[in-house]
Each structure stands twice: as C-alpha cells, then as structure tokens.
Write a protein that binds this ligand. Structure first.
Ligand SMILES: [Zn+2]
Length: 284
C-alpha cells in the first residue's frame, strides 16, 4: 500500500471576548474578506452544571429556555441575528444539504432539516451552524463564487469523507474550483486524546492510505487523527495544502474553553461552529 504523509498545515487561533462570551477564530480564515466565521466556547452562557455555561445543544438534558437564551447571547456577541441561523441535523453520515433563506430557523425555532452532516449556501442572509463536543468542524469558502459550506465531522462522517463530499457538492452547485477554495478546521479531539478500538484506526489507515493515522494505544486500542483525515480528504478533493488551516485546539484538553463528550462522559453541553457570507452592502 502506498503510504501518504500528512502535510503540516498552518495552525493558529485567536480568542475574541465580548461581554463574557469568547469566540475562537481560525487565523487563516480571519485573513479572508467576505466571510464571517467562529467557534463558540463554553463561556458566557446561562446553563447550570454540567452544561455550564454556554450550552448550544437542544438535545441535552438542559432546558430549552436556557439554550435559546444562550443562542441569543452568543449571536448578539458575534454581531449576528440569531433568526438567521440554520442548524445541521447530524447523523454521523456524509449527506450535504443546500440551504437558502427559506431554511432560516430550522433546527432552532422550526422543524429540523432533513438528516445531514454538512450544509452549503451562496445566500448571505443565512448563518450556517454545526454542533460539536469533540467532533471535527470543517469550514469551506469559495471567494470567487461567494459560496460557503460547513460540516460536522465525527469519526464516522470523517471516514465517509463528509468534507470531500461538501467540496464536490459546492463545485456542482456553484461552479467552485477546489484549488481556489479555502478550508479551516475547528477545535476537535486531537490525536493524543482520541483513543478508539484498534479496528477503527485501521479503517482510517486504509481509507486514506496513511499509516500515520494509527498511533499506538493500550491493548486492543489505538489513537487516530480526525483532523489529519479531514485535511487529507480536502487535498483529495483538490484543495491546495496551503489553503487548509486549523485552529489547532483540542476540545478534550481545554476544559477551560470547551465541552468534551469523551472527557465529560456524555454529561456535557455542546459548542457551535458558524459560518456566514458577509452582506456586500454591509461589508467593510
Ligand atoms: Zn487532545
């Protein structure tokens, strides 16, 4: 088997704090014009332990009232209208849904979208929102055709190449040229923390022809690397390695900033990734 190496991509983040709410930004995406992005932290919300405090998941045992309040607090801090949000309805698959202004509010104050792990749009009125508590987050931007995509990528969706499917769908729908697209990877559980059954790590090695996706663990276990597997499939889709950046943040390690499903044994909240095209009229 041909063994691929993982290209090192640029890593970096900034943490912007507004009124007690902190938002993580990818250093690479922050330099791009025409798009707004970010990843929430657990700080600045109203939910009690173990959802303390900015839980943005409606599927935990936290009150809906708290979660909706948290959305309002977070969107206000981000300078966005919470009624522009459309939430992913993830099923750990690789289904990509194209959305427009008719979908605003779905999954938050209206019925959910059909099952999907990724959404794409060229509509600047919408804010794409994905939910995470260890799973990968992939942001895509096509500045030429003014289109975006956002994916939730757990290990299953990563193996099903959800990020690559999103690039392909953007090419089909908007004429996006992969070599001129930009991708950013949000906080997720890192390869030093993500221990899985050895057979799962083997699947990663096989799917991406990359031995580096399996690191030694305890007996019958191994560590695998969601972020590297996402970067590899983005390269397979035609993205230039230099156009792929990462926040380089681990949800499991940064208990001060993030909920982690694995670390907190399921009793925890969730963060969101968000992505929105800037309205040309209001863009600086
Ligand atoms: Zn880690």
């Amino acid at each position: 088997m041909k063994d691929r190496t993982v290209n090192e991509h640029a890593r970096g983040f900034t943490l912007v704090s507004i009124g007690g709410v902190s938002i993580a930004l990818d250093s690479g995406f922050s330099r791009l014009d025409g798009v707004r992005h970010g990843f929430s932290t657990r700080l600045g919300g109203v939910s009690p332990a173990p959802y303390d405090s900015l839980n943005l998941s409606l599927t935990r045992d936290d009150s809906k009232r708290n979660v909706l309040r948290n959305y309002r607090v977070f969107f206000d801090a981000a300078g966005l209208d919470h009624s522009s949000a459309v939430l992913v309805n993830h099923e750990h698959g690789a289904n990509v849904v194209r959305v427009n202004n008719a979908n605003a509010g779905q999954g938050l104050v209206r019925e959910p979208l059909p099952f999907c792990d990724a959404m794409i749009t060229n509509d600047p009125s919408l804010t794409l929102v994905t939910l995470h508590a260890d799973c990968g987050c992939c942001y895509l931007y096509d500045p030429e055709h003014r289109a975006i995509g956002l994916a939730h990528a757990g290990w299953k969706g990563t193996l099903k190449r959800v990020a690559q499917r999103m690039v392909e769908r953007m090419s089909a729908e908007f004429g996006s040229e992969p070599s001129r697209m930009h991708a950013a990877l949000g906080p997720c559980i890192c390869r030093s923390c993500f221990e899985v059954g050895e057979e799962i790590a083997d699947e990663f090695v096989k799917e991406f022809s990359c031995a580096a996706l399996k690191l030694p663990g305890r007996k019958g276990k191994a560590y695998t690397d969601i972020e590297a597997a996402l970067a590899l499939q983005l390269e397979d889709a035609g993205l230039a390695p230099e156009n792929i950046t990462s926040m380089g943040l681990c949800t499991y390690e940064r208990e001060d900033l993030f909920f982690s499903y694995r670390r907190d044994k399921g009793q925890t909240g969730a963060m969101i990734g968000f992505l929105k095209l800037e309205n040309r009229e209001t863009a600086k």
